[in-house]
Design a protein around this ligand. Structure first.
Ligand code: AVI
Length: 324
């Protein structure tokens, strides 16, 4: 654990949680060697990608963030009662830590643990929070959920996890189950999970949310290539790719791809990959769940539903679950 202090009031504790050093090169080579080329969605989130994602959350077409924030605002009192006072609060995929601000005053956690893969963004957001909430003890944790990880012991008390934004939807169903099981272990028998889950709905609404007219989602998708160029000896030309997002109704997921517009080659760390015009690199899945489907998944992870909040249009759901 390290202590990170810019000014005294910004002091936070910092942890690196995954035990195995991630090999970005190995993941990129493995993904591009598949028949359907693939790059993991976690590679969106360099500093620029995290900033672009923040812009996405404010786009008119991207309904999940504002709908979830509406639910958190409207039901914060009831949610706080369920979570309880003075416990340990873990936030998975905390990003800019904006949503947690709606609950912090009401639940006054003893320790708040924001967890995210984007290190710099995590530290910046945690320091901003530390300066706005001087009474709050913050342990920021950088974690890659695709690697083995564990949290330090934060002492006795009730543990709750907060997993907003439907980020659970970016995990393949088996990985989502694995993650929920891990969360269930972390919060123990007396804990709970407050989680935002995007609901299945009309294809048009879904596809518009991932094909915004300002092109921010396209920039977010293409930024992954620039991120790889910066981190590895790679020469992707983002100008030779276009953004595609479609709803795959059979699998209940939005699929994001980068479609190659002309035949060319890309060099990465001495390996060469041929890209054919029209071929795509699959960069993200965003699974959508019905309430019943999500409850079934949660039950397999040993969680029981306690309460669910949805908006009038049935776009988005927030669930509070406790141990079975
Ligand atoms: C972070 N995650 C929940 C977003 C989603 O909707 O799946 C990521 C995103 N991709 C494109 N737009 C937003």
């Amino acid at each position: 654990m390290a202590t990170v202090t810019a000014r005294k009031k910004d002091t936070i504790h910092y942890h690196e949680l995954h035990s195995v050093a991630e090999s970005m090169a190995a993941e990129v080579h493995a993904g591009l060697s598949r028949k359907q080329k693939f790059l993991p969605a976690k590679l969106f989130y360099d500093k620029k990608g995290s900033e672009l994602f923040d812009v996405i959350t404010r786009l008119p077409e991207y309904y999940p963030t504002r709908t979830e924030i509406g639910l958190l605002r409207q039901h914060a009192g009831e949610m706080a009662e369920l979570l309880g006072l003075h416990g340990v609060l873990l936030e998975l995929g905390s990003g800019s830590s904006i949503k947690i601000r709606l609950l912090l005053e009401a639940i006054r956690p003893r320790i708040y643990v924001p967890m995210d893969i984007s290190r710099e963004h995590l530290i910046d957001s945690a320091q901003r929070l530390a300066s706005d909430y001087p009474w709050l003890t913050i342990h920021a944790a950088c974690v890659d959920y695709s690697q083995p990880w564990d949290i330090p012991d934060f002492g006795p008390g009730r543990y709750n996890a907060f997993f907003p934004g439907s980020s659970i939807g970016n995990f393949e169903p088996a990985a989502a189950l694995h993650l929920l099981k891990q969360v269930r272990q972390l919060v123990g028998r007396s804990g709970g999970l407050l989680i935002g889950v995007d609901l299945k709905k009309d294809r048009g609404i879904l596809e518009n949310a991932y094909n915004d007219t300002q092109g921010v989602t396209a920039e977010f998708n293409l930024n992954m290539l620039a991120h790889i160029n910066r981190r590895l000896a790679a020469d992707f030309d983002p100008g030779k790719f276009v953004h595609r997002a479609i709803y795959n109704a059979r699998l209940g997921r939005i699929e994001m791809h980068l479609e190659c517009t002309r035949d060319h080659r890309v060099r990465i760390d001495g390996s060469v990959y041929r890209m054919a015009a029209g071929e795509t690199i699959h960069t993200e899945n965003s699974y959508k769940y019905s309430v019943a489907e999500f409850h079934a998944l949660a039950a397999n992870a040993d969680f029981v539903p306690v309460r669910i909040w949805t908006d009038k249009a049935g776009l988005f759901s927030v669930h509070y679950l406790t141990a079975k």
